[in-house]
Structures are given as C-alpha cells and as structure tokens.
Design a protein around this ligand. Sequence first.
Ligand code: APR
Ligand code: PHB
Length: 394
Amino acid sequence: MRTQVAIIGAGPSGLLLGQLLHKAGIDAIIVERQSGDYVLGRIRAGVLEQVTTDLLDEAGVGQRMHREGLVHGGFDMLFKGERHRIDLHRLTGGKNVMVYGQTEVTHDLMDARQAAGLTTIYEASQVSVHDFESAKPRVRYEKDGQTHEIECDFIAGCDGFHGVCRASVPKRAITEFEKIYPFGWLGMLSDTPPVHHELIYANSTRGFALCSQRSHTRSRYYLQVPMTDTVENWSDAAFWDELRLRLDPAAREQLVTGPALEKSIAPLRSFVAEPMRFGQMFLAGDAAHIVPPTGAKGLNLAATDVKYLSSAFIEHYQDKSDAGIDHYSARCLRRIWRAERFSWWFTGLMHNFPENGPIGQKLQEAELDYIVNSEVGARSVAENYVGLPLDFGE
Ligand code: APR
Ligand code: PHB
C-alpha cells in the first residue's frame, strides 16, 4: 500500500487530521490498534475553545455540535462555601466556550470519514514505524494474521500517550518533561439534569470537585480522590454524598442524583516531549503532551497541533514549501507550554495538597479571593480558559 500521510491512531487527533487532509486533496490512511466501538467508549473532557469549534467547522463536522452543544459565557469558582462567576464573555471581549463531549466530536469525525469513504484500519496489531529519518518511511502492522506495509511520505503520530511513535524515537533524540500529581479524578456520568447551567469548579477542604455536563439532561461530575482509591470503593450513593459535601448550600439543594452510567478514575499528569518532529515523523496530541484535566485543555491542544500539521502538509504538497514542516515543532510547543502552565496552575489552585498543610488551603483561598475580586486576576483566568488564538505569538 502507498499513501501520502500514514496516520497512526484514530482518536480525535488522527481523525481530525485525516479530515483536514482529505479536504485539501491529500491522501491518508489511518491505522488504529483498537476497534471503533472501543475508541467511542472512552469518556473524556467536554469543553471546546472557539479555535477548536472553528476547526471542526473547517473540517466540515460542526453541524451537530452547533445543534446540540451548549455555549457557555462563564463558569463558577466555588471556595469557602461561596460561588463566584467568571464572566468569560465580558472579560475576553466576547469569547465563549462550547460544552460538547469529546466522545461526540469523535463520533462526528468517524461518521464524516465513513461518509467520504476514507480508509481506517481498525484492530491493527503489532503496529511499527520504520525509516522515518529517510525520505521513504514505512508503517507495518498485522491484521487477520497477515503482515501489511504502508509506504508513505510522512508519518503522523496521533497515537496518544501510550502510542508506538514516540516510543520508537531513540532516547537521545527526545527530551521528556513530566509531573505526576498525587491524586486522581473520579468521574461519574449520569442522566440527571446538571446542578447549574454553567460549570462549577470547587475548592473545598475535602478536595476538588467539578460539576460539568453533556446536555440539559446529562451531567458529568468529578471528585478529587487519592490514587489508592478504586471505582469499586465508590458506590453511587457515596459519590453523591461526597459531592454534596464539597458544594455550596444552594448547589447542594439543587443537586439531582441518579444511577451512574459510567464511573472511572483518571490519574493527573503534566507531560511534554520535545521536539515533535523526527525526520518525516511528527507527533500530535496526547502522543506529545498531556495536561491535567483542570481547564479541559487536552483536546483543544490536540486540535491546534493538528491544524498546524495539516497546514504544513498542505504547504508541502501545494506550495512546494517546507517552511511549515520546519516550523511545526517550535510553533506547537510554544502554545503547548502556555497551556501546560495554565493547567498546572489551575490544578494547584483548586486541589487539596495534604503535604502543604492548613497554610496551603489558606493561601489558595487568598489567591481565589484575589482572582474573583480583581478585574486583572479574573481576566487572566478567563483569557487562558477560552484559549489562545491560533496565530498566537506570530
Ligand atoms: N497503533 C495504532 N494505534 C494506536 C497505538 C498503536 N501502537 N497506540 C495507541 N493507538 C491509538 C489509541 O487506541 C487511540 O485510539 O491512538 C489513539 C490515540 O487517541 P487519544 O489517546 O484520544 O489521543 P488524541 O487523539 O491525541 O486525543 C487528544 O485530548 O482531551 C484530550 O486526552 C484527551 O484523548 C484526548 C486528547
Ligand atoms: C468535562 O466535562 O468532562 C470536563 C469539563 C471541564 C474540565 C474537565 C472536564 O475542566
């Protein structure tokens, strides 16, 4: 088989890249280790920056998002038992965010790919990448007991944190920066109306809580828990009881409980791999970086990597210029580090760190007091939350 761009991974990064390349008439094949149903079964964050919604429109997959997604012009910060609204719309001169689950984004991208008759090889095993330092890279995989090989011009490593692409780079050619947080997020999805029409980020002495949503009838809640906890320890009733204890009296009153559709615990990590280009192979999305979920930057960063990468490939094929390719890694990394900083800072502000003792809690509360009562403080949070423009720093 031969293609122009071999994409490894059919998560949101790989699928969006495939779609943007298809629109530009560039040939791509996606190779995915799992089945399509498995990919759709993963529940992840659900807040899209405007840059991301614009990109989904550009890829031609924004219709359902505009119909079913919820536009939010602000969110609440809760601390010392009181809620304070961050007015994103006013503080950023008119920007909003879109609440629409990543699972739905993936679904829309899969449907568009299928409708266009494009090739995705699901359930490929033993995927390996070869000769990416040469002009003739190759991808090999096994499917139904047979070995297959794809010859290509470029390999796009969109294969997530545990993927094969980054792992195939010689150690001396890559630098990894990592911080693992001493707690996780226990997430619960339920068919109950959200406790509030916007999101609530809660700092409490019992630990962080987040009230999010997927629709007017479906809620997504999170609790900070020790990584030693297991989902089996947390009955639905225990989850709701603990969430109530971390909320303010009005929200506690409003909270509608019900059975969990899904419960899972996710670790929190900050991670960046530098650079993101190795000859003819490029990393994008979770393959190159992870942010803790506080602020929901993961998918948004992945989407902007993919935008830069698709533009670079388009420049290469259409304009015969490699400027975009040469600039790709530095261009992405500047934006990534800005989002890494914000996600790390927001995580530190909102979570309980037992090792910091009572003074840690007092200092967080003082900082939150500053943020919600200072125009400059609130604007700084809002500006980062809605995300940087695509041409940031250029
Ligand atoms: N071969 C083929 N596919 C692979 C391999 C491999 N060796 N390893 C991993 N994959 C696939 C995974 O099964 C997965 O479907 O690559 C895909 C990577 O998808 P994601 O992990 O979702 O990563 P990405 O597409 O970059 O998505 C960006 O934004 O909100 C965040 O973390 C969240 O997933 C989200 C990310
Ligand atoms: C979610 O809805 O899953 C979500 C929302 C906001 C976050 C993280 C996760 O910061």
